[in-house]
Ligand binder design. Structure first.
Ligand code: ZN
Length: 327
């Protein structure tokens, strides 16, 4: 089974169950076609060919890429694949969107498409599909950057963000340090494209493009004003002490914010956010090993190269480059 199918399988089962309650027999193969169409892809096969990285979302929080559904394509596919009239297809389209929004939320991990070299050839195609109305600037910063609607980022890869982040300031035990110094103080693991179920990782998962200012924005405190921002796509984890749990981690995230003046706009330096996380399981909250499917110390460890002193490790299967990997 393809990786995409594995992630989409529970959603497919949900669609089949909900359709059968309404007297419609939905074949599994058709359910995958409908899920792909909901995101704007003409067929499930095309999402497999382009290895579109779907992921399951936290159903209580949307952070980062908020999915936009393609109602008209989905309706057209429902009508054709199930041979139903237009009104019935419209009702079922709304049902599918509701299921994929509230009951089994799924989205495309757009940061992965933006940062991973494996998408160099297909990035533009995937992003053009996700952006339903080409006349409007994208609501996703990732898409807007790739399609040149926003300035280019200072770095385009996980490796590049990590390099820039090393000199960025952060506060550790009331002391100002750089991220590099923080990494040197204890074993530090890197987790690329962390699960959206880990709320401490939210700053790294930000993907907020253009948004029309709304009247209620004026009443919000400046710190939570919606802004154009994009996360670096990974977090660093380092064990820390906690009063409440045997195991706790400092979760280090980072994001860029768009700084706009009348005449120009550019991306800020990486803003580093450090959030402690008690790693315990209780109702509605899973410990990291449960979310990861393996112990935290099986994540790639960052270390200093003994020759050049730069960081080495592995990010999403690709070595973080230092002297030994440079030719
Ligand atoms: Zn080296």
């Amino acid at each position: 089974m393809s990786a995409a199918k594995e992630i989409l399988k529970p959603a497919s089962k949900l669609l089949i169950t909900e359709f059968s309650k309404r007297g419609i027999t939905l074949k599994p193969t058709i359910s995958y076609q409908l899920i792909s169409a909901a995101f704007g892809f003409w067929s499930h096969e095309s999402t497999v060919d382009y290895t579109v990285p779907f992921e399951v979302l936290n159903d209580r929080h949307y952070f980062g890429a908020k999915p936009k559904f393609h109602h008209s394509l989905l309706c057209e596919r429902v009508e054709r694949l199930l041979n139903l009239d237009h009104q019935r297809s419209k009702d079922l389209t709304l049902l599918i969107v509701d299921l994929l929004t509230h009951h089994h939320p799924i989205r495309v991990q757009t940061l992965k498409v933006l940062y991973e070299p494996v998408y160099d050839a297909t990035r533009e195609m995937i992003f053009r599909v996700l952006q339903s109305k080409s006349s409007e600037p994208s609501h996703l910063a990732s898409v807007a950057i790739a399609l040149n609607q926003l300035p280019a980022l200072p770095a385009n890869t996980i490796d590049g963000h990590l390099r820039l982040m090393c000199s960025a300031p952060m506060i550790v035990d009331k002391e100002r340090k750089t991220v590099g110094e923080f990494i040197d103080q204890a074993p530090t693991w890197i987790w690329c494209y962390p699960s959206p179920f880990v709320k401490e990782a939210f700053p790294s998962l930000a993907d907020q493009g253009f948004r029309k200012p709304r009247i209620e924005d004026e009443w919000m405190v400046p710190a939570v004003k919606p802004r154009t921002e994009i996360g670096i796509g990974f977090v660093l984890l380092q064990q820390c002490a906690s009063e409440f749990a045997d195991v706790a981690y400092s979760v280090i995230s980072g994001h860029y914010e768009l700084e706009t003046t009348v005449s120009s706009s550019k991306w800020s330096a990486i803003k580093v956010v450090k959030i402690p996380r008690d790693d315990v399981t209780y109702h509605g909250h899973k410990a990291l090993p449960e979310i990861l499917g393996h112990p935290v110390d099986e994540l790639p460890l960052l270390s200093r190269c003994s020759t050049c002193g730069e960081l080495k490790g592995v990010a999403e299967g690709t070595p973080i480059s230092c002297c030994s990997s440079k030719k």
